[in-house]
Write a protein that binds this ligand. Structure first.
Ligand code: G16
Length: 530
């Protein structure tokens, strides 16, 4: 790598007059502000790979649930997890370097700081969602990777979780903890093989999936080709990736969760199952309308977490494996009823700040850590020792043997690198089929407290600072006292305010004993921000 090569390549991507920050899920903003950021993220990915002795690092270009004009970029670490948080600050500093020379200087500063050897060939793989702006940003990334001699591989339009899967597979290939075949075919094959085993002699009718007109649509169609058609029929809707303006518009997991209503394109049949993915297919929520009043009911990330934790808990119990810890990790958005329900099952719960990187980390503390954000982003992790026990356990009865076989397949079905809407979809379908549950039976486990999520545009979202896993504000001074005073006026109420890490807004959450109270509380707290 020469100084001239980096500076010459960087010249094509001048930094706009803007301050950037690696947020909840990488850098995310209007796409036209991003070329310089993506270029510099490419440099950081190269450094990260060299720092990790040439292991493969992933770069995903996506803005997930954000509107079509936005885009974003995030890094994936070698085991398929989010970038180690201490490196986010280096990304932020590199993105904000004022000119090409400053970019080069900071790059070499990091090389020296970490004693990164130039003899190691960096390896990076990358992919993007289906946004109109993605190809140009991919080019910016490629130019950076080429400028610093990275061995790179493009995977084109992929879901975010697919790229996480590929990174882990590439870094574990040939080892005794190989994760799978490092190809998209390997991904579909791993998930579908486990699903088809778990669904042997079972059928779960049909589920209609709204793909937010994003990359999840083509991926789901491909996955479906691998599934036993006698087990499940997946009706794919909102899968127009050609009309860019349709992405996440009036559709998708974020729309359904935030508005708590059906996408306008869906006419729901009573008790039929519906699900919505987000723009890069790492989130999923379910919903249905009931038979009596055709009322909409949401089955969100909390409901998926409780379903998965109880199902896995039952399998462990029936397998004869003992001393096996299962914990559920949530965020402040988790409905109070879900937390109470999980604790009533005797399972520990932990609350972390928003962002799967935080939940993922907390879930590692258990043999089986189930983590889900209420917005439908989550997965299940099995620790290496838990996997070892599951795969070597000698069953003492046919019932134990069946439970062990199911557990083994569950560990293969779940994408353990990150929340994955396609893997989660199959997991939910398997569990409902095994329990012979219609969506109302699933929903009946506990009743959500009515809640409302609002966005507020403020002058400076960075003025909002939180503590206690984002459940309380420390700044602006005095605001938390005002929120507490309002909360005290309602029954079973809770409310918090936090700055979004993906959009230029502040989020307001409120829940209370009745719909009227939850709505009123949310509006009153929002009014405090004006
Ligand atoms: C991203 C993160 C999620 C987070 C969401 C909203 O999701 O990966 O963990 O819940 O943003 O974050 P915030 O409230 O900070 O804007 P996605 O699906 O957009 O990548």
């Amino acid at each position: 790598m020469s100084q001239e090569a980096v500076i010459a390549a960087s010249k094509a991507y001048p930094k706009p007059a803007q301050t950037f920050q690696y947020g909840t899920a990488g850098f995310r903003m209007k796409a036209d502000l991003l070329p310089s950021v993506v270029f510099r993220v490419g440099l950081l990915a190269a450094l990260r790979s060299r720092y990790k002795n040439g292991q493969v690092i992933g770069v995903m270009i996506t803005a997930s649930h954000n509107p079509p004009a936005d885009n974003g970029v995030k890094l994936i670490d070698p085991m398929g997890e989010m970038l180690e948080s201490s490196w986010e600050a280096y990304g932020t500093a590199l993105a904000n370097a004022e000119d090409d020379q400053a970019v080069y200087d900071y790059y070499t500063h990091l090389e020296q700081k970490f004693n990164i050897k130039s003899s190691v060939t960096p390896q990076v793989i990358y992919g993007s969602d289906t946004r109109e702006s993605s190809p140009a940003l991919v080019q910016a990334l490629k130019d950076a990777l080429d400028a610093v001699g990275v061995k790179s591989q493009a995977f084109g339009a992929v879901t975010t979780p697919q790229l996480h899967y590929l990174v882990r597979c590439l870094n574990t290939e040939g080892t005794d903890h190989a994760y799978g075949k490092p190809t998209l075919e390997g991904y579909y094959s791993k998930l579908s093989t486990a699903f088809n085993h778990l669904m042997t002699n079972r059928s779960n009718g049909s589920v209609t999936v709204d793909c937010a007109n994003g990359v999840g649509g083509p991926a789901l169609r491909e996955l479906q080709k691998h599934l036993n058609p006698d087990s499940i029929t997946i009706i794919v809707t909102n899968d127009d990736t050609e009309t860019f303006s349709k992405l996440n518009s009036q559709s998708g997991a974020d729309y359904v969760k935030t508005n708590q209503r059906l996408p306008p394109s869906v006419t729901a049949q009573p008790l039929a199952r519906y699900a919505s993915l987000d723009g890069d297919a790492d989130r999923i929520v379910y919903y249905y309308v009931d038979a009596k009043t055709s009322t909409f009911h949401l089955l969100d990330g909390d409901k998926i977490a409780t379903l998965a934790a109880s199902f896995i808990g039952d399998l462990v119990h029936h397998s004869g494996i003992t001393d096996f810890s299962i914990g559920v990790v949530q965020t402040a958005y988790a409905n109070g009823s879900s937390t109470a329900y999980i604790e009533k099952q005797g399972l520990p719960t932990v609350c972390t700040p928003t962002g799967v990187k935080h939940l993922h980390h907390a879930a590692l503390a258990y043999d089986c850590g189930v983590y889900f954000e209420a917005n439908g982003h989550g997965t299940v992790l099995f620790s290496p020792s838990a996997l070892q026990r599951i795969f070597t356990h000698e069953p003492e009865s046919p019932a134990q043997a069946t439970a062990i076989t199911h557990l083994k397949n569950i560990t293969e079905l779940i994408n353990q690198t990150v929340g994955d809407a396609l893997s989660d979809l199959l997991l939910v379908e398997v569990i409902l089929a095994h329990k012979a549950w219609t969506p109302d039976l699933w929903d009946a486990c506990y009743t959500d407290l009515p809640n409302r999520l609002e966005k507020a545009e403020v002058v400076d979202r960075n003025a909002f600072k939180t503590t206690d896993a984002e459940r309380k504000l420390t700044h602006p001074a005095g605001l938390q006292d005002q929120i507490d005073a309002l909360v005290g006026k309602y029954d079973q109420a809770r409310s918090f305010v936090r700055p979004s890490g993906t959009e230029n807004v502040v989020r307001v959450y409120a829940e209370a004993a009745t719909r009227t109270q939850a709505d009123e509380l949310a509006q009153k707290v929002k009014a405090l921000l004006r």
